[in-house]
Ligand binder design. Structure first.
Ligand code: HEM
Ligand SMILES: *[C@@H]1O[C@H](CO)[C@@H](O)[C@H](O)[C@H]1NC(C)=O
Ligand SMILES: *[C@@H]1O[C@H](CO)[C@@H](O)[C@H](O)[C@H]1NC(C)=O
Ligand SMILES: *[C@@H]1O[C@H](CO)[C@@H](O)[C@H](O)[C@H]1NC(C)=O
Length: 363
């Protein structure tokens, strides 16, 4: 055998061994077929598929983008934001809001949260998940029920929470923009990421801001994860939907719609107005920015090197690929824009008379 021939067979042997190894890695880490039939990247995720089915059945009425899905997303925020990059405010995305509910539900900003923790508790007890894994799986699955939502990342393996979060970590609608951005920065989020997270208010309604009108939505398409809330908050307000002005509430443009003072202020403040406006009718960008900010939020305070990426257990949301529209009777002339740097998109108007927005059922 010549030297070059030896070299060639060595190379061949090495290449073969390498590709066998690569194939084995692919088989075990990329495409595991679970006993239940689904395919996932890691065998440890297989146990989650039946749990996702149970969450859909027992919590989300078989997979709806309803009141429980909306509140599951809100709960993930109120749980995770109990955290500071400087320490001493809680364990972040650890499920402490569920386990230490007798402490955390006393916090003023958690008004109305008891409905969803009470709904989630029995389902949590039936599943073999830590509270953090459960709260953040329920949020990812509930959000996926809303057309237009990004498929959120899901990391698996959070340890049980050690204790309750501290009070005053959850921003309130009465807070100033400075105080809100300072709190987000303390938890590790930029102003841009804070606005990205507020995309969630496109599937949101208020029960306790004005308790006389529970389930009053923040935009006219509360069952769709579109960019409509970014548009509607920029319209001139003219009315209060319920019993006059309440703390944290400002004038709304539509009957049956409630506007938070915090959304109003962030949409017009020089620090955030252009980010806010850039979301309008920019579905792809909104989805990407919300996806990334949520991926960060849902592992706050966690040792990510010990978590497994089980994102492929999250259902694939239905797409939303229409242009959004001004609500009937509204147009460009009704906008209050403070961002001068970027043009406002041209949008059509829904036909007909100004609508009255219906409350979210079951609120
Ligand atoms: C400036 C920060 C924020 C403030 C001041 C704020 C405030 C509020 C308020 C007052 C409500 C209505 C509660 C009620 O009366 O029932 C609400 C609802 C909601 N919030 Fe926020 N929020 C903020 C950020 C976020 C973030 C970051 C998320 C998620 C990532 C989120 C998700 C939701 C959802 C989904 C609802 C609707 C819950 C439902 O319809 O049951 N919010 N928010
Ligand atoms: C609070 O936690 C307890 C268990 O410690 C549970 O039985 C109860 O249902 C929870 N209540 C609410 C409102 O979350
Ligand atoms: C519960 O979950 C743990 C950790 O994911 C796992 O090791 C264990 O086998 C599970 N037990 C049951 C009964 O499913
Ligand atoms: C309406 O609001 C007023 C003052 O804001 C309050 O005194 C009154 O109790 C409220 N009515 C109801 C039905 O909640």
């Amino acid at each position: 055998m010549t030297f070059s021939c030896i070299l060639a067979s060595l190379v061949l042997a090495f290449a073969t061994a390498h590709s066998v190894l690569a194939a084995a890695t692919t088989a075990s880490n990329r495409h595991v077929k679970c006993p239940t039939g689904q395919v996932t990247s890691n065998a440890a995720c297989c146990a989650l598929f039946p749990m996702v089915d149970k969450i859909q059945q027992d919590l989300f009425d078989g997979g709806e983008c309803g009141e429980e899905a909306h509140s599951a997303l809100r709960l993930s925020f109120h749980d995770a934001i109990g955290f500071s990059i400087h320490g001493g405010k809680g364990g972040g995305a650890d499920g402490s809001i569920l386990v230490f509910n007798s402490t955390e539900l006393q916090f003023h900003a958690n008004g109305g949260i008891d409905d969803i923790t009470a709904r989630q508790f029995p389902v949590f007890q039936e599943l073999n998940l830590t509270a953090g894994d459960f709260v953040h799986l329920a949020a990812a699955v509930g959000t996926a029920n809303c057309p237009g939502a990004p498929r959120l990342k899901y990391m698996f393996g959070r340890p049980p929470p050690k204790g309750p979060a501290h009070d005053l970590t959850v921003p309130e609608p009465t807070d100033s923009v400075t105080s809100i951005l300072t709190r987000f920065a303390d938890a590790g989020f930029s102003p841009k990421e804070a606005i990205a997270l507020l995309s969630s208010h496109t599937i949101a309604a208020a029960d306790v801001v004005d308790p006389t009108i529970p389930g009053t939505p923040f935009d006219s398409t509360v069952g769709t994860f579109d960019t409509q809330v970014f548009l509607e908050v920029l319209l001139k307000g003219s009315l209060f939907p319920g019993n006059g002005s309440q703390p944290g509430e400002v004038l709304s443009p539509l009957h049956g719609e409630l506007r938070l003072q915090s959304d109003f202020a962030l949409s017009r403040d020089p620090r955030t107005a252009c980010f806010w406006q850039s979301m309008v009718n920019n579905q792809k960008s909104m989805m990407n920015q919300f996806h990334d900010a949520m991926a960060k939020m849902q592992v706050l305070g966690q040792d990510t090197s010990r978590l497994i990426d089980c994102s492929d257990v999250v259902p694939v949301p239905k797409p939303f690929n229409q242009n959004i529209k001004f609500p009937a009777s509204f147009s460009k002339k009704d906008l209050q824009l403070t961002c001068k740097q970027i043009p406002f998109p041209n949008l059509a108007t829904v036909r007909g008379p100004a609508p009255t927005i219906a409350p979210v059922p079951g609120s």
